[in-house]
Structures are given as structure tokens and as C-alpha cells.
Design a protein. Structure first.
Length: 306
């Protein structure tokens, strides 16, 4: 058991990692805890008016002042880190308000709203390890925070982060996986931007069975021939994939739909296919197409999982 009241003299908050990825933030917390640092997990638990981050967003602060994550657009993170360092030194959780309704009149959120942040001192690492393990196995997970007991518990993931029976529930989803099928230059462009977006990229080889599809997978068919895409589209429609997109004009998609109807697919299946793929309309170069596709994928995931 780590003595979380131990502290380095006069630690100064300093950003150690630029990320808002929940798995990376929790991984930072786990690593600092295993180093023997006191660690505080700050969670956005209330939004008054507008806010730059969603409920459940985290900031992790170590006793030496290093922190990562975001609970705002960057305007209050250092102040939250300072409050977390005070909590670590006192050995007690706390809830702090910023912006509208806050006693800190000199800390103003640009959006004009207000937020409340619950700061919890990690007393063991098992809950964080459990969440990270589930994410590694591409399973959603949840944490329940009780301010009265100053405790975290692993729970079944809620649909959205929320308060429930006096506890704050946070949900964690696996990273987006994108399966790309095709052989043209568009494939490389989509893969390049997907990697930059921290998606897990899988290239689907022609003629091979489509595998590794789960509810956090987007399937992108970039073929210029309906026969070549057939096995990929059918596998996608028979899966939990949250996004199914296919290249081609409106006329091409009409032929695609006619073929799938002959195979017995119904309207619910056909409505899942985003075609023509992307949000920009017709594009004339691979990079614009890739941006259009990834914007559509990101918007679709946001609509489902938040």
C-alpha cells in the first residue's frame, strides 16, 4: 500500500503528456502509481452551461506535479492540478468548482459556463488495471465513483457518463478499429490519416475472410468493382460494425442495393451502408476523400458512443 500523503516539497504542476485518450490517461495514472507516487484522478462531473469537454473527462496528477489529460479546453488544468496536489498532501478527496458559480473569481472559462471536478486519490491500482485490461480485450468498461466513501468500483459501462444514485459513472470504450478493403491509392490515404487519428488500421486482403469485426469497428470498402467488394460488404452487414461505407456513385449504389436485395438483405441492412461514402460529396483526390471518410466515421462513432 502506498502512502498517498507523502509528497515532494513544493511540487509545481507541469504537463507531462499531451493526450485526451482515456486509456493513455489511465495508463499514465497506473505508471505513476507503480513508481510509488501519490496519484489523483480528477474527473469532470458537472457542466453548467457550455464546456469544452464531455462529462467523465479525466486529468491525472502525480505527487511530483506531473499531469496529463483535460477537463476543459486547457484553461483550468493547471488550477485543477494544484487542487489535486493539495488533496494528495492532505490525503482526502475533494470536489472543486471552476467558472460560473465558483469561488475562484480569477479563473474564467472562455465558454462562459462552469464545471465541477471530483478529485479522487488512488489508494490501489486494481480498478484502473481492470479497466485497461478490458479495453485491451476490446470490451467497454465503467467506473463508479462515490465521494462519500472516497472509492472507485468497476461497473458495467453506462451508455453515457452520468450521476446515478449518488455515484458518478464513467464509461470507457475501445479505440476505433478501421478495416480498409481495396487496392487503389485511396486505401493508402485513408490508412495514413486513420493512423494519424490513432485508429487501429487493418488492411483487408482480397479473397480473405473478414475478421476482427466488433461494435467499435468501421468497415470501409474502396473498390471500383462491385464484385470485388461483395464479400466485404456482406461480412460487414452480418457484423456489429458501427460504420459500413462503400465507394461509388449514386448509380453504383443502386446496383449494389439491387444485388443485396436479391441475396435477401432487408431495408435495415441496406440503410447501414454509407454510400456514396464520406460527408463532402464528390471528391477528386485521395486526400480529400480520406478526410471525408474519416469525418463520417468519427461523427458516426460520436453519435453512438459519445
Amino acid at each position: 500500500m502506498i502512502d498517498i500523503s507523502a509528497q515532494i516539497s513544493d511540487p509545481v504542476p507541469s504537463r507531462a503528456l499531451l493526450t485526451d485518450n482515456p486509456a493513455e490517461i489511465l495508463g499514465f495514472a497506473l505508471a505513476r502509481f507503480k513508481e510509488g507516487n501519490g496519484v489523483a484522478l480528477a474527473t469532470l462531473v458537472e457542466i453548467r452551461g457550455g464546456a469544452a469537454r464531455a462529462l467523465g473527462s479525466h486529468l491525472v496528477v502525480a505527487a511530483d506535479g506531473r499531469f496529463c489529460g483535460y477537463v476543459s479546453g486547457g484553461c483550468v488544468e493547471a488550477a485543477v492540478a494544484s487542487e489535486a496536489l493539495l488533496a494528495i498532501s492532505e490525503g482526502c478527496d475533494r470536489v472543486v468548482m471552476f467558472g460560473d458559480g465558483s469561488p475562484f473569481f480569477d479563473i474564467v472559462l472562455p465558454c462562459g459556463g462552469g464545471i465541477s471536478v471530483a478529485i479522487h486519490l488512488l489508494r490501489d491500482s486494481s480498478r484502473i488495471e481492470c479497466v485497461l485490461d478490458r479495453l485491451d480485450r476490446r470490451q467497454a468498461s465503467g467506473l463508479s465513483y462515490c465521494s462519500v466513501r472516497q472509492s472507485l468500483e468497476v461497473v458495467e459501462p453506462p451508455q453515457r457518463a452520468c450521476w446515478q444514485n449518488g455515484r458518478f459513472l464513467t464509461v470507457y470504450h475501445p479505440r476505433t478499429r478501421i478495416i480498409i478493403s481495396g487496392q487503389a491509392v485511396e486505401v493508402k490515404a485513408v490508412a495514413r490519416l486513420s493512423t494519424a487519428s490513432d485508429f487501429e488500421v487493418i488492411f483487408q486482403e482480397p479473397g480473405r475472410a473478414v475478421a476482427d469485426i466488433d461494435a467499435y469497428t468501421a468497415i470501409v470498402a474502396l473498390h471500383h468493382d462491385l464484385d470485388q467488394e461483395a464479400s466485404v460488404i456482406e461480412a460487414a452487414l452480418n457484423s456489429e460494425a458501427f460504420y459500413v461505407g462503400a465507394l461509388g456513385s449514386t448509380r453504383t449504389h443502386k446496383r449494389r442495393v439491387e444485388r443485396l436485395i436479391r441475396l435477401g438483405y432487408g431495408n435495415r441492412d441496406l440503410d447501414r451502408i454509407r454510400a456514396p461514402i464520406g460527408v463532402f460529396g464528390p471528391t477528386r483526390d485521395s486526400t480529400s476523400l480520406a478526410l471525408s471518410i474519416l469525418a463520417d466515421v468519427a461523427a458516426s462513432r460520436l453519435a453512438i458512443y459519445g
